[in-house]
Design a protein around this ligand. Structure first.
Ligand SMILES: [Zn+2]
Length: 284
């Protein structure tokens, strides 16, 4: 009886060891694929609106890449703005070699849609992002809406399609100026990155890197819903299927009324319509 027990014990050990080494061998063969995530910004400081998500992506082990469409040179020299973004990204833990600065003129990106599209698509094809996060379509700054449009087009062209997330900088809703609060869209679920512990600290430090924008950032901060930020975190969401040929809000937009020099939605719509038309005839 004792002999049979010993044999059974030995067999069970052999079985366990076989299972263990099989698991080790399989896990060595197929390490989990890291998530590639691409941030598309209009300006050097838009990162401050989504810095907690960037930090949490880095902490989660994602490969984070970032691209800036304009040179941001209307409010400070382009090299200063690039340096500040590089420093913010260093603080958030994003490798310098993952940063791409396209350098299109601040406030005028709408005049360069086809070129910007080709450059962003080329960059994205190299990165093969699983996720793209861009400015939201919210009528805040015309360059932000360009970032949203380009991101949505590029996300639809990549195979497999990455998830497209969006974040708010500022907008006007029911005549109220809001900062960091997404425009309501039917069926769109707002997500939050909590600012707990390290993430909140990293967000604060990254924001402080934008010395040339300190005054503007202070102005924006005074409009942030601090209670929501503290209790829930920084907003973002999966981008709804925006119709860029319709105004983002049925009232005067920030970039038509508050941003100087002002732009008009008609300018945006004409350029987007021409881009869609040209792409249609290309694919026919
Ligand atoms: Zn901006």
């Amino acid at each position: 009886m004792r002999k049979i027990s010993l044999i059974l014990l030995a067999l069970s050990h052999i079985f366990c060891l076989t299972v263990f080494f099989t698991i080790v061998a399989v896990s060595r063969e197929t390490p989990p694929k890291p998530v590639n995530t691409l941030y598309i910004f209009a300006h050097q400081d838009d990162e401050t609106d989504i810095a907690a998500k960037i930090a949490s992506d880095v902490i989660a082990g994602k490969n984070v890449f970032a691209l800036w469409i304009t040179d941001g040179a209307l409010s400070a020299p382009a090299d200063v703005r690039e340096r500040e973004s590089r420093e913010a990204m260093r603080i958030l833990g994003v490798p310098q070699e993952n940063l791409v600065f396209l350098g299109y003129p601040d406030m005028k990106s709408i005049d360069h849609l086809p070129d910007i599209h080709d450059k962003v698509l080329n960059t994205a094809r190299k990165i093969k992002p699983d996720e793209i996060t861009s400015n939201a379509y919210e009528g805040g700054h015309i360059d932000h809406d360009v970032s949203s449009f380009i991101a949505s087009v590029v996300a639809s062209e990549l195979k497999p399609n990455p998830i497209h997330f969006e974040f708010s900088s500022y907008n006007i809703y029911k005549s109220v100026y809001r900062v960091g609060k997404l425009l309501p869209r039917e069926g769109a679920k707002t997500l939050y990155t909590p600012l707990d512990g390290e993430i909140g600290e990293l967000r604060k430090k990254a924001t402080a890197a934008f010395e040339s924008q300190a005054q503007a950032l202070k102005f924006y901060e005074s409009f942030i819903d601090k209670k929501t930020l503290r209790t829930r975190g920084e907003q973002y969401r999966e981008a709804p299927a925006h119709d860029y040929l319709t105004r983002p809000a049925d009232e005067p937009l920030c970039y038509e009324t508050m941003i100087k020099p002002a732009s008009s939605y008609d300018t945006f719509k004409k350029a987007v319509a021409a881009f869609i038309e040209a792409n249609k005839s290309e694919s026919e």
